[in-house]
Design a protein around this ligand. Sequence first.
Ligand code: PLP
Length: 411
Amino acid sequence: MTTKKGFTTTILHSDRLTKPEHGALHKPIHTAVTYGYDDVQDLVDVFQNKKKGYAYSRQGNPTVSALEHKVTQMENGTATIAFSTGMAAIAATVLALIKHGDHILASSYLFGNTRSVFQSYMDMGLDITFVDATSIENVKEALQPNTKMLFVETIANPATQIVDLEKIGNLCEEKGIIYVVDNTMTSPYIFKPINVKASLVINSLTKYIGGHGNALGGSVTDTGLFDWSNFANIFEGFKTTVKPEVLGITQIRKKGLRDAGGTLAPEAAHSISVGSETLALRMERASNNAFALATFFEGHPMIKKVNYPGLKSHPQHDMATHLFAKYGALMSIEVDDSIDCLAFLNKLKLVIKSSNLGDTRTLAIPVAQTIFNELGPVKRAEMGIADSLIRLSIGIEDLDDLIGDFKEALG
Ligand SMILES: *Cc1c(COP(=O)(O)O)cnc(C)c1O
């Protein structure tokens, strides 16, 4: 037995454990769509889940598997399935595990597209309710006898609310509810949802894990904590062929990945794998930059409000300190009423006006006019999204250059 290595050492040396051809330091990019067997019995056994192997790349590919293994290690989980995007991972997880008549309880502070796909599922007859999950009392009140899944994010985008992750985990454990935590904003370097008893962990690999804005991807990781053997929605056919502990992940792979087909391409898996090697370094640097910038903004007379979990003024600051290794690299600010927020953004020379987050480069976007535009002014007001709200995804540039850029644009 080897002793468990540190976060970065583990990821850097993960591919070599399977001895890639010619001693390659990376898992090669396998582009084959299908895999052939000399003995047809081996192909049969792969189909019947009796033997490990690859048949058709929509539901498994060696390059993608190497990335899945890395994410599993990062999350201290038991297995991971990669998808073409974070949204594909979220849509497939619900599709695979939830049936008509079930209820999903979700945080009201959700990534916009997650909220939108949940609305589509509601239009198809699923019962989903949204609750302000920063208070455990709200969550308890909203539970129903048929609640099968509870879905939350770690740090919400754009206003950085943090739901009561720990107490919700205890509640889900007590009630036998699948607890899904979208860990995109924190990344497994800053926070491991298994520590708050998550059943499944979602990551948009597009963001911090890939980290360079050059590949889309998503994943769902089984933490091993949920008892799938008694879960009512497991397909009978799987119960006779796979072990109880992998029933959930098998169902997500078959029903969510195979049937819905949101497969991650091997080329993207390779880019994300390489990016993931420096996740810890980038998260340290970007979080430190974000902390310094949040402090700078909080002391600046032209900034009305700063939303950042690292600040003492943040409503869940103590929880963030208790649960997270760092406060992350996402924040939002409201500029003073005397400043036109779009004109201010145009004065920035270094910071890029762009959507996306988790890039190595610092990105800024006016929220009300873009990602929350579809909601309209009334809904935005209800959600506390001011017209002058700007979301910032802080990158790994040199801090003085970032502060200099904002100082000049505000001055
Ligand atoms: C971006 C994001 C997603 C979706 O990921 P894609 O890879 O863009 O599909 C899901 N959840 C959160 C919290 C995100 O920030």
